[in-house]
Design a protein around this ligand. Sequence first.
Ligand SMILES: *[C@@H]1O[C@H](CO)[C@@H](O)[C@H](O)[C@H]1NC(C)=O
Ligand SMILES: *[C@@H]1O[C@H](CO)[C@@H](O)[C@H](O)[C@H]1NC(C)=O
Ligand SMILES: *[C@@H]1O[C@H](CO)[C@@H](O)[C@H](O)[C@H]1NC(C)=O
Length: 647
Amino acid sequence: MASPNSLLPAIFLFMIFMSCWYLGGSQLSHAQNDAIKPGEVLGYSQRLVSADGRFELGFFTISSPDRGYLGIRYTNDTFNYRVWVANRDKPISVGEGNLTMDADGLLKILHNGGSPIPLNANKTAPNSIATLENSGNFLVKELNPDGSTKRMLWESFDYPTNTLLPGMKLGINYKTGQEWTLTSWLTSQIPSAGGFSLEWNLTTNGTRRLIMRHRGDTYWLSGIGISSSSNPGNLVMPFNADYYNFSYVSNKNESYFSYSAPGMRISRLVLTSDGQLTDFPNLAFVSSIMCFGYSSAQGCVQQNSPNCRNSSQKFEQRRGYFISSSPHLDENLSVNLFDCMDRCWSDCSCVGYTTLRNNGTGCRFYSGDFEEDKTGNLEQFYVLTDMPKTGEPRRKKGVWWIWIIVAPVGALAISILACFLWRKKLHWDQERDRESTLFTLTSSRRSGDTFEIKNDGKGGHDLKIFNFHSIVAATDNFSTKNKLGEGGFGPVYKGNLPEGQEIAVKRLSRSSGQGLVEFKNELILIAKLQHMNLVRLLGCCVKGDEKMLIYEYMPNKSLDFFLFDLQKRELLNWERRYNVVEGIAQGLLYLHKYSRLRIIHRDLKASNILLDNDMNPKISDFGMARVFGRNDAEANTQRVVGTYFCV
Ligand SMILES: *[C@@H]1O[C@H](CO)[C@@H](O)[C@H](O)[C@H]1NC(C)=O
Ligand SMILES: *[C@@H]1O[C@H](CO)[C@@H](O)[C@H](O)[C@H]1NC(C)=O
Ligand SMILES: *[C@@H]1O[C@H](CO)[C@@H](O)[C@H](O)[C@H]1NC(C)=O
């Protein structure tokens, strides 16, 4: 018994569970207080909450190794970003510290591991109060004896970390010399200062713009701002202007950029450790990938590249090993992956890199030939690759001696294949008939719908019927080296089409349960489904009893591969997990509710969740899916399906 509605409550429960999880994190304290006065203490697990409940200030922990920081975040930010960190360079032991204001009005973090960390040094007065404002600003002010404000002493907005909140300033105060600049975290898990900065400053032609720099090099510029003398002009920003109201002020006292986001409960501009500028919910407006190398698109500043590099080269993630080289190490743990890329690009002998430590710091640089491992078990590196110009086949790098082994095997394979083909040739016409019957079947079953696969090789949904020989060639005759895994209905191989496109080929084994019915099922279903969280079917291939489904290739394999591996699990930080969960839920919602057919997957498990380059989840394997009429609320299925778990 299966009901299309039975999964929806499950998803809801899951979502509720997730949100409770978040709230659990923020309910550690019941001190619904937004201020701290001389003599008061905020313990490690206590929180200051702004009067409107939007922001909270408290200690938080980052693990492996465990470190404690004092920070501010949006109470309801599901991504749990810290918009400000007090002690980014001086983490404390977890659970031990507290924040206190002494009798002189000095805010300081006390901890067992060393001397107190002052926040408002030299900006103190005895009768003070520190308040977490509704703007997210942590403000220290001196009070008059009657309790009214005498003057502002210190504010966290003057010491931005990597985040610009609405109302914060980026620029310079000419009177005090105070500069407001964003500095990225070193990695997404290490708050200490990284290589990127964002400032509002004069460019060489005398106009003020937002300037992103990487270790001093200008990397990205916003559009023209105001020139030092004229009235505000239009600041060209890649942001959606409907949500933001940008302003820039320049007078004899100060010059700054700031913004407001009327009507948005959460808004933040974050300078990430890899040089992206993102907003909530984490959409990138400036991206390091977009800007690296030769790009001068959308404000990117073209970097000086050495003569040995050209614009068709870039670094790609590959698994494998470098044949002859031992790496050249950079043991400076204040550099991150982006620094490694930048340096490798500038060094003509470098063809690959990765970080030195698991936490994303330090570098290892390689030279020499790289041998790719198609089984995907070896370590992952960033490898310099030449992108073929369209139409030009990908240049294959290899080692000559491999051919001594491969050639006889290949010759044997070819002769067997030739023999096989010769025998099969007799049945050629018969098979063409079978193919066309299959596709007539698939299209006629849903007559009235726009879906059809014509037998001209192209389907109404861009489904391609691949030639068997091209699949044999693409997968190296289904070599074990290209095998990605074993699905429920047969092995899956990686393939390279001559145009350079990477594909995944699911070869349905004859002995498997997936017969023609399941094959057609999967074909029809996926061809009709268009959603970013469902894996895309490119086409199929039928040859006699051989049935194959051709999918887009997912470089990061499946979720189980990460979940059940102690080291890879570390890569799934909270943000990624959230992203994966949300993606799966979106995909299911689409299947159950918004697609033109009502579909129950019936075999959802971690190994059927594939991950693309950016770790976006895509649901795959529709062999057991079941279609329900739009109006069926319930239906009986004939067999029990899914994956059996034995405990
Ligand atoms: C945009 O910001 C400016 C300056 O802060 C303000 O005067 C104006 O009213 C704002 N406009 C909108 C539509 O919020
Ligand atoms: C480590 O790298 C950072 C960033 O490039 C640099 O500022 C620092 O001086 C380096 N430290 C050493 C010891 O070389
Ligand atoms: C990163 O890892 C290395 C060694 O594993 C360690 O020495 C270093 O302190 C770590 N950095 C941070 C900021 O945790």
